[in-house]
Design a protein around this ligand. Structure first.
Ligand code: AMO
Length: 438
């Protein structure tokens, strides 16, 4: 094995141009393919940006070097120093005639699965060796898009005056109902992994920070094993003071449009590679009342009674009818969390909303109750003990402005943008009912 020593990469594969003709360059990457045609050997080296052909004609390179190349296993890590030659036949239009090759790490054989050529491996095997899976450019593309999505979220919210916060993930109480909590031991007490930054972001509305956002993990001990659920997910949360549900719905739809526009502009190559069908939505998005939504489902023979949440088949049926992102508004208060503001004093409807992709929910939010008496009443109605929420209710005692916000599942959004049907494809190391390693 060789040492890297003073060698450093001078170019990624995609950075070579006619200007580099006859220049000496140093590339670094993984051995993607080895072909010995007798008289000439080809190595294809892959890096983050693509592939580059290393050509070893017997007439131009030493026996030593040819020997070294032929001893390589696929997926070994190499650095190659050599001269760039333009050649139409080479992938990318350039080849390198090597002067020296350093083998930095020889890969074991056989590989858990093939990285080059037609890969037909099941998801579970791929996830077990995720590091190897990501060497396939179509898989890496998903994560490059993911990076752009989260960058665009930050750009959009920062430009709109939101301040990024970080809230605790080890907590003493539930926020989104008590059944799907992961308990942990916290010294001599029981604690939980937080399901949502809900209570903390609302408390920040009483702090004067006005507009806050967080991009962080949420933990849900949901038992169901579906293509849309994770037990650990990244949530994009905002909360805005002196705002109502309509204000934050506008922020949400504009942000989604901004993200999709940005991804389409900056990730052309990646979207093509993963065959994404993403389209910018037309704003304003449709606001469908809950009552209308269940009517559509019922017309399509999917029974939903007033006051019931929407089942997956109901969401699909409504989504097919609408065909684009849409909001569902005017939800019955009884199926929305205690913190959702009732529409009017005597209404059984709330100022809560869901943002739907045609196939699944991607966000939910609401204008919140900011009157402490009503908040306590709503807790009791939902079987919660206000005494368990003292720390939260305190923030409502000393000047709490009206406020509203939402939580958006990062993986659900990225799934939609990358046209993936399984949420596990868009998170590096999914946590689900069966998977805790790696
Ligand atoms: P909710 O529970 O609807 O609302 O969650 C908000 C969004 O988070 C995503 N999400 C999930 N994604 C993958 N796997 C899961 N198990 C999972 N659970 C939730 C979804 C969902 O729309 N506190 C409120 C938000 C608010 O009102 O501000 C909340 O957590 O995309």
């Amino acid at each position: 094995m060789n040492k890297m020593g003073e060698w450093r990469r001078s170019h990624y594969s995609g950075q070579l141009s006619s200007e580099n003709q006859d220049e000496e360059v140093t590339i670094a990457g993984w051995v993607h393919e080895i072909r010995d045609l007798g008289g000439v050997m080809f190595l294809v080296v892959r890096d983050r940006e693509g592939e580059i052909q290393i050509t070893l004609p017997d007439s131009k390179v030493s026996d030593n070097l040819s020997q070294k190349a032929s001893n390589l296993n696929k997926e070994s890590v190499v650095m190659v120093r050599g001269i760039v030659k333009e050649d139409e036949r080479a992938p990318g239009g350039f080849e390198i005639i090597p002067e020296q090759i350093k083998v930095l790490s020889q890969a074991k054989t056989p590989l858990p699965f093939e990285v080059s050529g037609n890969v037909n491996t099941d998801l579970s095997t791929r996830l077990n060796s995720r590091f190897l899976d990501l060497r396939r450019s179509e898989i890496a593309s998903i994560f490059k898009v993911r990076n752009t999505v989260l960058t665009k979220v930050r750009e959009f919210l920062e430009t709109d005056g939101f301040i990024e916060i970080n809230t605790p993930k080890m907590v003493a109480t539930a926020t989104e109902g008590g059944t799907d909590l992961f308990p942990i031991s916290y010294f001599e007490r029981e604690a939980f992994l937080n399901q949502s930054p809900q209570l903390f972001k609302q408390m920040m509305m009483s702090s004067g920070l006005d507009k806050v956002y967080e991009i962080g993990p949420i933990f849900r001990a949901e038992e169901h094993d579906t293509h849309r659920h994770l037990n650990e997910s990244i949530s994009i949360d905002i909360e805005s003071a002196f705002a109502d549900h309509n204000d934050v719905m506008e922020i949400l739809e504009e942000m989604i449009a901004y993200i999709i526009e940005g991804v389409k502009k900056e990730c052309k190559k990646e979207l093509k590679e993963i065959d994404s069908k993403v389209e910018e939505p037309e704003l304003p998005l449709k606001r469908l009342r809950y009552e209308e939504a269940i009517e559509i489902a019922n017309q399509k023979d999917i029974d939903v009674l007033w006051g019931e949440d929407l089942s997956t088949p109901a969401e699909k049926a409504i989504g097919e009818e609408i065909g684009d992102y849409y909001f569902i508004v005017d939800w019955p208060s009884e199926i929305k969390p205690f913190y959702a503001q009732p529409k009017d004093e005597n209404s059984d409807l709330s100022k809560a909303f869901d943002l739907m992709h045609p196939e699944f929910e991607i966000s939910s939010g609401a204008q919140r109750v900011h009157n402490i008496e009503l908040l306590k009443e709503r807790m009791i109605q939902q079987g919660l003990d206000p005494n368990d929420f003292d720390f939260y209710l305190d923030a409502f005692e000393y000047g709490m402005p009206p406020h509203a916000g939402w939580g958006l599942g990062a993986e659900r959004l990225i799934m939609a943008i990358t046209s993936q049907s399984n949420i596990r494809e868009v998170i590096l190391f999914p946590r689900d009912r069966k998977r805790l390693i790696p």
